[in-house]
Ligand binder design. Structure first.
Ligand code: SF4
Ligand code: MG
Length: 334
C-alpha cells in the first residue's frame, strides 16, 4: 500500500495568554504528538467527541492551521516532502492537492454571488486564464455531482442542502486534488439525504482515486465510509484500526464506550453496554498520565503516572494506547 501522508509527532498547541503583557500561561493541546501513515486511496475515518481535536487535526494536515511541532510528509511521486517547511510558492502549489469540504455548505459558497463566480474563483487563482477552459473544468465537476451546468447561474439559496453540499464537493474537485478532508460533510443534512451524498462521495473517490480524511461524530456514518478509523481523545490517537476490526473488537475503553453508545439494532451486539460518563476534561487541564483516566472504569495506578504510548496490538496494524495492553504487543510492531 502506498503512503500518501507520513505524519510524525504532529503538534498543534494554542497558547493561552493572560493580561496586558499577554503572558503565556498554558496551552490548549488540540493536536498532541500524533504520528500516523495515511494510505493513498483509503478513507480514514476520524472520530471522537467534540473538543478532541478532530477538526484541528484535519486543518493541520493541510496547513490551514500551522503546527507547532512535528512533520507532515506528502508523497510527490514517491518522494516525501515535509510540507511544514514549505515556502510560499511551494505551499501555493500544495494547496491544489488537498482540499477541504466543510459541514456548512454555505461556508464555501458566497450567498451574494451566483454559483458561477464561486466556481470560477479557484480556477482563476490557480492560473486557468481562458474562460473557455474554466467553463470546461466547471462542467466536468458538475457532471460528477449530477448537477446541470446551467445551474451555475443560480444563487446558493436556490438549492437544497444536499445540492449545496454536492456543489461544495464539486468546487473542491475543480483543482483536481488528491486528498479531500471532509469535516462532518453530511451532519447538517437530513438523514434521508445523507446516504445519497455519501454514496456520491464513494463513487467520486473510486473514479478519481481520491484519499479521504473523513471526520464525523456519527459513528454509523464513519463506519459506512471508512476503511480505517482513528479514535482521538484530547489531541491524541487512542486507537487506530481497520474499520471492521475496530467495530468488532475495539480495545480502548474510550472506543468501547463510544461504540456502545450507538443505538444499534444489532443482534451481535450482546456486549455489555459501557456508559460514557462525565465530560471531556478541558484540554488546558489535562489529567496526568492517561488523559481518559477520570472516565475510565479500568483505571489502574500506572494510569495516573504514565501516559500510555500507542502500540501495536491485535491484527493488521491495529494500535491502541492503553496500559491494559502493556506487554501484550503483537508481532506486528516495527
Ligand atoms: Fe483506562 Fe488506564 Fe487504559 Fe487509560 S490507560 S484507558 S485509564 S486502563
Ligand atoms: Mg469539529
Amino acid at each position: 500500500k502506498e503512503i500518501i501522508f507520513k505524519i510524525r509527532n504532529l503538534q498543534t498547541w494554542f497558547p493561552i495568554t493572560k493580561g496586558f503583557m499577554k503572558k503565556v500561561v498554558g496551552h490548549v493541546k488540540a493536536v498532541d504528538d500524533v504520528s500516523l501513515d495515511v494510505y493513498k486511496g483509503e478513507t480514514l475515518g476520524i472520530v471522537g467527541e467534540s473538543g478532541c481535536g478532530k477538526s484541528t487535526f484535519g486543518k493541520t494536515v493541510m496547513m490551514l492551521e500551522k503546527p507547532t511541532g512535528g512533520q507532515v510528509m506528502f508523497n510527490y511521486d514517491g518522494e516525501y516532502k515535509d510540507i511544514t517547511q514549505f515556502n510560499k510558492e511551494e505551499m501555493f502549489e500544495f494547496r491544489k492537492k488537498v482540499q477541504m469540504v466543510f459541514q456548512d455548505p454555505y461556508s464555501a459558497l458566497n450567498p451574494q454571488k451566483k454559483i458561477y463566480s464561486s466556481f470560477e474563483e479557484p480556477l482563476k487563482t490557480h492560473g486557468i486564464n481562458s474562460q473557455e477552459e474554466r467553463e470546461k473544468m466547471m462542467q466536468r465537476v458538475l457532471k460528477m455531482v449530477n448537477i446541470q451546468p446551467d445551474y451555475l447561474l443560480r444563487y446558493p439559496h436556490e438549492f437544497s442542502g444536499g445540492q449545496r453540499q454536492r456543489l461544495c464537493i464539486a468546487r473542491a474537485l475543480e483543482v483536481m486534488p488528491e486528498v479531500l478532508i471532509c469535516d462532518e460533510p453530511v451532519s447538517a443534512l437530513d438523514v434521508s439525504i445523507q446516504a445519497q451524498v455519501l454514496n456520491l462521495m464513494k463513487e467520486i473517490q473510486q473514479e478519481l482515486n481520491l484519499t479521504y480524511l473523513f471526520i464525523a461524530h456519527d459513528l454509523s456514518v464513519v463506519q459506512y465510509m471508512s476503511d480505517r478509523i482513528m479514535v482521538m481523545y484530547l489531541g491524541k490517537i487512542v486507537e487506530v484500526a481497520d474499520s471492521r476490526a475496530l467495530y468488532e473488537e475495539p480495545f480502548h475503553p474510550y472506543t468501547k464506550a463510544l461504540l456502545s453508545a450507538i443505538p444499534v439494532a444489532d443482534i451481535h451486539n450482546k456486549k455489555q453496554r459501557q456508559i460514557l460518563e462525565g465530560e471531556v476534561p478541558s484540554p488546558i487541564h489535562k489529567p496526568s498520565g492517561c488523559a481518559f483516566r477520570n472516565r475510565c472504569p479500568h483505571c489502574m495506578d500506572i494510569c495516573k503516572e504514565q501516559d500510555p504510548a500507542l502500540r501495536y496490538h491485535g491484527k493488521e496494524g491495529h494500535m491502541v494506547a492503553c496500559h491494559l495492553y502493556d506487554g501484550k504487543e503483537s508481532g506486528d510492531s516495527e
